[in-house]
Design a protein around this ligand. Structure first.
Ligand SMILES: [Cu+2]
Length: 153
């Protein structure tokens, strides 16, 4: 009698854990999935201490320089249209950085010698809206001001 009870609760736990494992695996693949046809691709490179954005669609690259005294960037930014599906291909030029847009839940490491891919959807907001981009991996003296903006165009 005891043996049947033990077998029953063992099987119940095994079934529960198998269910959780299957669900988590599917969910993890779904989270990492890239869109088959994103609105735009942007190649993002972290440098000490600025972000470089390259737009393969027209072959242009911009070094986005942040000025902490005015909280503005010059030279370029990450531009995207409202509702756009943006795939970013992220790497590092010198040391490990991390590309982070806190308001959109975007965070992906920028590692020299490899390219990490991530996709996100730009919120449907008015043109001119800006979202802060911040390096979130300590990368040297000016890490704290290694910022830029996602600018909705
Ligand atoms: Cu950095």
């Amino acid at each position: 009698m005891v043996n049947r009870l033990e077998a029953a609760w063992t099987l119940a736990v095994v079934a529960l854990l198998a269910g959780v494992a299957a669900y988590s695996t599917v969910l993890l693949y779904h989270i990492d999935a890239l869109p088959s046809d994103p609105t735009e691709y942007v190649n993002v490179t972290g440098h000490q201490w600025y972000w470089e954005f390259c737009y393969p669609a027209n072959g242009s690259c911009y070094n986005s320089m942040y000025d902490p005294t005015t909280n503005t960037v010059s030279g370029g930014a990450l531009w995207a249209t409202p509702g756009a599906e943006v795939q970013i291909n992220v790497t590092g030029a010198d040391v490990i950085h991390s590309f982070n847009i806190p308001q959109l839940g975007v965070r992906i490491d920028a590692i020299p010698g490899r390219t990490n891919h991530f996709a996100f959807t730009v919120p449907d907001v008015a043109a001119g809206t800006q979202f802060l981009i911040q390096c979130t991996e300590f990368c040297g003296t000016y890490h704290g001001t290694m910022r830029s903006f996602l600018v909705v165009t």
